[in-house]
Design a protein around this ligand. Structure first.
Ligand SMILES: [Zn+2]
Length: 176
């Protein structure tokens, strides 16, 4: 006779992300996913607005719990030893300080310590389009003459998050 408990999958992991410093909550991305992995499970779930999550119908297992917080070490995970029918509470406190300073002035490169090869990173599409007016002068789409020479940018791509590097050193290929 089989015991019903052999196939019991009533374990749960319920938890939430607790931000230690409420000032830092703005550095958290809007959509955070919790990932749950084991030899038999590969699951992910979007945290709700209260940063809560719940995994249900789990059997006794050793599980890895991790989160998709971009500026949080991605190799960071929590090992959970879940027992049969256990409801495991995982309250994870994090302190998501953004490592990138949002400086207006050109900073020194964090690698070579020099400013000469540091250029700003621009996110989104960079328009290279200009027009030529009747006088043969370069103008923008509104007809205003373009007097400044074209600035040099490092294209950061189209992904814009709350926390991203603002400067790029051409010498070291470093974003900071
Ligand atoms: Zn450098």
């Amino acid at each position: 006779m089989f015991s019903i408990f052999c196939n019991a999958q009533n374990g749960k992991i319920v938890g939430k992300i607790i931000v230690n410093d409420s000032e830092n909550i703005k550095h958290l991305p809007k959509n955070i996913y919790a990932f749950l992995k084991s030899k038999t499970i590969n699951d992910s779930i979007l945290l709700n607005e209260n940063l809560e999550f719940k995994f249900e119908n789990l059997k006794a297992d050793t599980l890895k719990l991790s989160f998709s917080v971009r500026n949080y070490p991605t190799n960071m995970y929590y090992i959970i030893q879940l027992n049969e029918n256990e409801i495991y509470t995982a309250d994870i406190s994090i302190c998501p300080v953004c490592p990138y300073k949002n400086s207006e002035e050109k900073p020194k490169c964090i690698k070579c310590g020099k400013k000469d090869k540091v250029i700003p990173i621009v996110y989104g599409f960079i328009s290279k389009v200009y027009f030529v007016n009747k006088k043969g002068k370069k103008v923008d789409k509104n007809g205003n003459e373009i007097t400044t020479k074209e600035k040099k940018y490092h294209a950061g791509g189209c992904l814009v998050s709350e926390c991203q590097p603002n400067w790029y050193c051409e010498r070291d290929d470093t974003e900071f």
